[in-house]
Design a protein around this ligand. Structure first.
Ligand code: ADP
Length: 396
């Protein structure tokens, strides 16, 4: 910390000391005054023969005046008066030896009065400063409250704006997705309706096939959106198991469509003993989503590298899936895992998607206590690397 910042803190703390003294409870103040009287009177008696002055009584007077202001002064003066009277009586009865006592007592009485008035006046000044400070603090707090309220409103407005933008994006994605199969379905049905009788059986069967395929496409899209909204609104709790990464990935690859997989050269670099804690269903879905993206966005006859690593010091295993596709532009890297986000170049392009796949991957990975992120130079055709991090199964 810089030395002037330290000095600032120290000054601030010093500034607060009198304030804490002002905030003593009534009982503690009374106790303090009583204690100071005990100290003062003891001092007086101890010092009496050699000095015979009442200077030790200044302490209780100062404290009484500081804590109880003019009421304290009045009480102190009455008490001092009584004490003076009693001592005088003792003196008259020959119990005390000093002859200059009366003069000393009167001087002491007047000095105490003067001192008390000054302390009361100081205390009044401090009180005023304190009240002014409290007013300033209250005004500052009010300003802070208003500022926070304004920030909350701005935040709520921004969230609303984002939700609206997401809704627009969703509608755009879905309507784009719907358009192609709907056009094919509508066109095929129209031809069958208008010319069905005149078409030869082979052409008619072909149009029928197109219509059925488009209907299946539509049904699949609706299913995807429904699945996605279900996952978004309610991710079930993960049920982690110890999973051997190599065996699991090999299993997932055999489940994917053979012609699609065959279109890529896949390199697996996964140590045999690499084990993670993961929910098999969740992990399978994440890998399916990542591979279905590769099939959609990465040109065929390219290489895909799948690597698994666990550094000695880490309790996590990282799985890297690197492709040689178009990559992710730098300015969109941080957005890609958000709901309904598709890269600008793919919105309105020929490849269909809802922008939910990676968002779902992120939710599932986090539900398993893991992470997903993407690394890409942002240069076209330098590919992307989707990285998964999952808790490792340790041998102990
Ligand atoms: P969808 O594929 O349904 O659009 P995703 O959430 O799975 O939604 O992906 C979001 C976007 O990320 C995609 O629209 C695409 O633009 C981009 N993307 C995903 N995977 C890759 C990849 N391997 N290479 C290049 N771009 C990708």
């Amino acid at each position: 910390m810089k030395y002037y910042a330290r000095i600032g803190i120290l000054l601030h703390q010093l500034r607060m000391i009198p304030l804490t003294w002002l905030n003593l409870s009534w009982g503690s103040q009374l106790l303090l005054v009583t204690f100071s009287y005990v100290v003062g009177i003891s001092g007086l008696w101890l010092l009496f023969p050699p000095t015979h002055n009442g200077s030790s009584m200044f302490l209780p007077i100062v404290i009484a005046c500081w804590l109880f202001r003019y009421r304290g002064l009045l009480t102190a003066m009455v008490l001092n008066g009584i004490a003076f009277q009693l001592t005088y009586i003792f003196l008259l009865r020959g119990l005390l030896p000093d002859q200059a006592f009366v003069v000393g007592g009167i001087v002491g009485f007047i000095t105490s009065l003067g001192l008390g008035i000054i302390v009361c006046w100081l205390r009044a000044a401090v009180d005023q400063v304190r009240m002014a400070r409290q007013r300033v603090q209250a005004a500052e707090q009010e300003q802070l409250r208003i500022h926070l309220q304004e920030q909350q409103i701005a935040l709520a407005y921004e969230q609303q704006r984002k939700i609206n933008a997401l809704k627009d994006q969703f509608l755009l994605n879905v309507s784009h997705e719907l358009r192609t199969p709907l056009t094919v379905l509508g066109g095929s049905l129209e031809i069958l309706h208008d010319f069905g009788e005149r078409l030869d059986p082979t052409t008619r069967a072909q149009y029928m096939k197109h219509a059925i395929e488009s209907q299946e496409d539509l049904a699949a899209l609706v299913d995807r959106v429904l699945d996605a909204t279900e996952i978004i609104s309610d991710i079930p709790g993960a049920r982690p198991e110890a999973i051997n990464v190599r065996h699991f990935l090999q299993d997932v690859l055999t489940q994917l469509k053979a012609p699609e997989i065959a279109a890529y050269t896949i390199h697996l670099q996964l140590p045999d003993q690499l084990m993670v804690w993961a929910d098999p269903q969740f992990l399978r879905q994440v890998l399916h989503n990542l591979f279905s993206n590769i099939f959609k966005y990465v040109p065929t006859r390219t290489e895909i590298h799948i690597e698994g690593v666990q550094s000695k010091s880490s309790s996590f295993v990282n799985i890297h899936i690197r492709d040689e596709g178009p990559g992710i532009p730098a300015d969109e890297l941080s957005l890609i895992f958000e709901k309904f986000v598709r890269l600008k170049r793919d919105i309105g392009g020929p490849t269909r998607g809802t922008g939910l796949g990676l968002y779902i991957c992120k939710q599932l990975m986090e539900a398993m206590g893991g992470r997903i992120w993407v690394e890409s130079s942002g240069q076209p055709d330098q590919g992307s690397c989707f990285c998964l991090s999952l808790p490792a199964v340790t041998s102990d």
